[in-house]
Design a binder for this molecule. Sequence first.
Ligand code: GTP
Ligand code: SPV
Ligand code: MN
Length: 593
Amino acid sequence: MSSKNMKLNDWVSEIGKMCEPDSVYWCDGSKSEYDKMIGLMIDSGLATPLKKRPGSYLFRSDPSDVARVEDRTYISCRNKEDAGPTNNWMEPDKLKSIMKDLYKGCMKGRTMFVIPFSMGPVGSPIAKIGVEISDSPYVVVNMHIMTRVGTNVLDVLGKDGEFIKCLHSVGKPLSHGESDNGVWPCAPIEKKFISHFPEEDTIWSYGSGYGGNALLGKKCLALRIASVMARREGWMAEHMLILRLTNPAGRKFHIAAAFPSACGKTNLAMLRPTIPGWKCECIGDDIAWMKQGPDGRLRAINPEAGFFGVAPGTSYKSNPMAMESIKENTIFTNGVLTDDGDVWWEDMGVPCAHGIDWKGREWTPEKGEKGAHPNARFTTPATQCPVVCPDWEDPAGVPIDIFIFGGRRTSVVPLVIQSFDWDHGVYLGATSASEPTAAAFDVKGKIRRDPFAMLPFCGYNMGDYWTHWFEMGDKLGDNAPKIFYVNWFRKTADGKWLWPGFGDNSRVLKWMCERIEGKAGADKTPVGMMPSKNDLDLEGLNMNDSDISELLSVDSAKWAAEIPEIEEFISGFGRHMPTRMKAQVEKMKARLA
Ligand code: GTP
Ligand code: SPV
Ligand code: MN
């Protein structure tokens, strides 16, 4: 088979010559294709069917291949300055020549899959078409769930449509007659490359089969490449969940929130409000593409079609809607296989006395090691979420009222702040910081600044990205969403969560909505507008006063102590650092003095 698009056909044959697969297969996105791929992986010992969950399978990856690899991720454009100081950079010709050596014959003994996919509803004016070439059937089945794969994408592409070229190989050729035989195929860490060529709308990924390294529609296309397109074309590609919150009077609010990886987006997106009369519906849990609509408001779509969610910590208590979503037709990676043929992970809310851990070994809780990898994930279709919003696929998108930024901060940062204005909100986004999580293989240590939760995902100079945010604010004017900053992760001195989080986060969202309606009060503090205890709905929460005061307190000395590090961070962007950012730092210093 081939397509009507000569550019695509030429590219496929060029890659075929380089990678030397045994065969080439064009994906049609059908259920029978999905089942065939799963069958191949059951035969090669990589997939285990789960008796307890219809249509669901467990995979175990290699211990070196369990998360994104930020040190191996490159933005490769002609000028180093365009990638900026926060991205790894290599000159495109040099990087391509290194990678071509790796790609040479890398698909021997394997099938090369050609996966046409759409990010966003097929044919929508906001959607983008990508084609991923991959030698991994695991990638094919995950792409089926996470994106819209199918021959209808080729129809939209037509004879001369444009597409983003996504090349992927696990980097493990097979000799004649060899099978994976239960061993997750990948290359050693120093041979892994996740490379982006934004000037050519091209992604080259080698050596990893896991998550964002391999499902190239997600972080690589929908954030790193799309962020460059968005800047060029005047829209926004952000690491944000999207939700609709309806108040008891029936007014709908649309919220987009950016938290770093493994800091609560999926949980907030599927929130069950604990306050009576409020309803929450999920539009997306990881990525938002936003454009100013004809009415002047910012309209958001979720370019994805599924959820690739963190499994550990997901329970009927913390995220019941995720638990309902993953009852069937779900792929699990790096969980525990239980003796009765189910999947299990830490803090699932049910016990597991014995099973096979994510490394394939006998496991009991007494072992003192985690049974599931902390970045174990589920891949599940958005349509299976009981609270998916009826408008989640509306090509026009939903109008955003509220932006939220945040991170994991066990101290200093209070429960919630509202920005004074747009520019101050951009400052809050740009200076957000968070503690490392298991979502990145190679990020360790203390807190780091993660501007807009985009540090690992911005495809160009982060200083220019801030300028883009300021300019979007100018363009949106009075229609610009109001900006808030939250921290669900504050701890007591003895290490307990101060805030119950999860469903109770609805209390904080309620305050935000009431701020927009002009109903709720707030106090001016040096760091922003904040609720007092009486401005927040804490009805039915059994919290003691001192915990609440601590959550809502600002220690100016501690904030001031972070300023020198913030100044050093932003000055690292040199002439790309917007003067409006500098002005915000000066204002902050004056308020704290
Ligand atoms: P990515 O998929 O990596 O982008 O992560 P995410 O931002 O979607 O994070 P997710 O919602 O999966 O949450 C990650 C971890 O944070 C899980 O272990 C959750 O249980 C935990 N978490 C989420 N929300 C809260 C909260 O409000 N309070 C506390 N204490 N933990 C939370
Ligand atoms: C993240 O790390 O933010 C994720 C998981 O959503 S991955 O798809 O691996 O990027
Ligand atoms: Mn994410």
